[in-house]
Design a binder for this molecule. Structure first.
Ligand SMILES: NC(=O)c1ccc[n+]([C@@H]2O[C@H](COP(=O)([O-])OP(=O)(O)OC[C@H]3O[C@@H](n4cnc5c(N)ncnc54)[C@H](OP(=O)(O)O)[C@@H]3O)[C@@H](O)[C@H]2O)c1
Length: 329
């Protein structure tokens, strides 16, 4: 099969198109023919070797956590999907297997979620990493009451695009930080207010809009950009900071958080929760309660270009690699 592979860690230039063997089938596993694979910041970090402490890479390695496509084969014991089914999956790359920048990807059956006809494969490919992590950071910590105040740092990115929509879905009031060129975009996702993170006192601007302290702050940017939110949180409020893997980031002082009565939850996508979160995201997308983020589509051959873009840190919505767009017909 055709795939984008890397033979060593390095810059975007290490990505090359190659012919490699299709993934083998095993009991409880599913092989999916990939229509679209989406691109995440974790992909460039994996390309540079940052994830080597989590799993053993075998070169040539294939990146890509997210895939939407058609079930090609199912292993012994798999009953929940069958060949020909349209599906979305976070694949097995997070367990060290080859990922979705390829014509076929393997995934454990419980990680393969069927798609209703009205959900396109292109839209579905945006869901796994960004959507599941946003779900974990926004809806899983504790129920948000109607009118809860939620602030999302980095509202225009992949996780931010979902965090805004998920908070709105449950009736929260939502403000997001982004650059002014993305104000209309975050409002199109449902944000009630947008604040330029480069202009003035961001937290005071958010508080002025909210009219009081915040119930939940979702920080998708990290790098110390949102640690100043603590004094603006409600006692009993929550800050979820999504793990960036960037070393030596300034974090909220745990003693200060405790004194303020604020729970700080360092958030990474949690494997056991992924099937539940992804199923709920598919349902919400199918019901029109959320929409796919803005999509920039590139052909698989332009994976290196996609990496330059995502590594730049200012992609709006999601980049999606078209592997076999014809499957979406
Ligand atoms: N550990 C996990 O399980 C996990 C899972 C998902 C994501 N993550 C991590 O979470 C982070 C975000 O992921 P993502 O997929 O959302 O990334 P992304 O889509 O690449 O985010 C890009 C967005 O970040 C915004 N941005 C950049 N600097 C900003 C700042 N100082 N303030 C506010 N917004 C800013 C940009 O908006 P403007 O162009 O308007 O500046 C852009 O729209 C990454 O570090 C990723 O690795 C971790």
């Amino acid at each position: 099969m055709k795939a984008v592979v890397l033979d060593r860690f390095g810059g975007p230039e290490v990505l090359r198109i190659a012919q490699i063997d299709r993934p083998s089938l095993a009991p409880g596993q599913v092989v999916v023919e990939v229509a679209y694979a989406s691109v995440n910041p974790a992909d460039w970090k994996a390309r540079e070797g940052w994830l080597a402490r989590y799993f053993q890479y075998e070169f040539p390695f294939v990146l890509g956590f997210d895939a939407a496509g058609i079930v090609a084969e199912v292993g012994d014991g798999v009953t929940r999907v069958k060949p020909g089914d349209r599906v979305v999956t976070p694949g097995n790359q997070g367990m060290g297997e080859r990922g979705s920048y390829a014509e076929f990807v393997r995934a454990a059956a419980e990680r393969v979620i069927p798609l209703p006809e009205r959900v396109t494969l292109r839209d579905a490919a945006t869901l796994p990493t960004a959507g599941m992590t946003a779900w974990q950071a926004t809806l899983d910590p504790r129920p948000l009451g109607l009118g809860s105040v939620v602030v999302v740092n980095g509202g225009a990115g992949g996780t931010g695009s979902f965090a805004i929509q998920l908070a709105k879905m449950v009736g929260a009031r939502v403000a997001a930080t982004c650059s002014p060129r993305n104000f209309d975009y975050v409002k199109s996702l449902g944000a009630d207010h947008a604040v330029d993170y480069r202009a003035g006192d961001v937290f005071a601007a958010l508080r002025d809009w909210a009219g009081g302290p915040f119930d939940l702050a979702v920080d998708t940017v990290g790098q110390g950009t949102f640690v100043g939110v603590l004094p603006f949180m409600k006692r009993g409020g929550t800050v979820t900071n999504i793990g960036t893997l960037i070393a030596d980031e300034e974090i909220i002082n745990p003693a200060a958080a405790e004194a303020a009565g604020v729970t700080v939850i360092p958030t990474v996508s949690a494997f056991p929760e992924q099937p539940r979160q992804l199923t709920a995201l598919v349902d919400a997308l199918a019901a029109g309660r959320i929409h796919a983020p803005e999509i920039t589509e590139l052909p698989l051959d332009q994976a290196a270009e996609a990496h330059r873009s995502i590594q730049g840190g200012h992609v709006r919505g999601k980049i999606v690699l078209a592997v076999n767009a014809g499957l979406d017909a």
